[in-house]
Ligand binder design. Structure first.
Ligand SMILES: *[C@@H]1O[C@H](CO)[C@@H](O)[C@H](O)[C@H]1NC(C)=O
Ligand SMILES: *[C@@H]1O[C@H](CO)[C@@H](O)[C@H](O)[C@H]1NC(C)=O
Ligand SMILES: *[C@@H]1O[C@H](CO)[C@@H](O)[C@H](O)[C@H]1NC(C)=O
Length: 197
């Protein structure tokens, strides 16, 4: 091996960011967290104490490794909605379909490669009702050096739509939330529109 090649190999080893397809490591701790929305507080199941959960970022061709550790009393599994699992069906997430759920106190590493996809998708729990609070965005950027298929936006904001059941004046209400950094609008499930909260 002559020296320029050796230097290149060393650079690739020490600066993996220069290598075309990266490995993205994420850790999801599934934990209970007292959360306040629309003046109502209650303990909910979350990832890393966040509601909505953390946003995953990756580039096309990257491998994503998500270690999910279950600290709650429910069985858990996570589905990467819209990701084409090519020969990685065991990383897809539906409980009792492609995997046994992760029991309390145990963990599982989701390992998949993103191929031929760009855009913003959703990840969510795929067991029981847990998906109502265990969910978040998954942003797939184009490969490094490849432009967006539209003019590059000045700014990107992730907007997550969700639903939350809370009690207002003794009424159980399903609220439809649009969440950026905070709820910006809600609507009673009966269809009666309310003004912005
Ligand atoms: C939520 O708050 C209640 C009342 O303050 C407390 O007893 C409980 O331990 C809290 N739960 C969590 C998960 O922090
Ligand atoms: C939790 O999942 C394990 C398998 O991962 C299963 O044996 C057990 O029955 C499940 N528990 C409940 C309450 O569904
Ligand atoms: C992820 O999957 C790839 C391809 O099957 C494998 O080579 C690698 O060892 C796996 N990584 C982990 C941490 O499981």
């Amino acid at each position: 091996m002559d020296s320029p090649v050796r230097v290149l190999v060393l650079v690739a080893l020490f600066f993996p960011v220069f290598v075309d397809c990266a490995i993205r490591h994420y850790k999801f701790n599934v934990v209970m967290k007292n959360t306040t929305r629309l003046c109502s507080s209650k303990p909910i199941v979350t990832v890393n104490g966040k509601f909505p959960g953390p946003t995953l970022y990756a580039r096309e061709d990257d491998t994503v490794l998500v270690k999910v550790v279950n600290h709650v009393k429910y069985n858990v599994s996570i589905h990467w909605h819209g990701i084409r699992q090519l020969r990685t069906g065991w990383a897809d997430g539906p409980a009792y379909i492609t995997q046994c759920p992760i029991p309390t106190g145990q963990s599982y590493v989701y390992n998949f490669t993103i191929t031929g996809q760009r855009g913003t998708l959703l990840w969510h729990a795929h067991i029981l009702w847990l998906r109502s609070t265990v969910h978040g965005a998954l942003v797939i950027l184009p490969k490094r050096g490849v432009p967006y298929p539209f003019p590059k936006p000045n700014k990107e904001v992730v907007v997550v739509l969700g639903e939350l059941r809370i009690r207002i004046l003794n009424l159980e209400c399903n609220l439809f939330l649009i969440m950026c950094h905070r709820p910006i609008y809600c609507q009673l499930s009966g269809g009666n529109r309310t003004p912005k909260w």
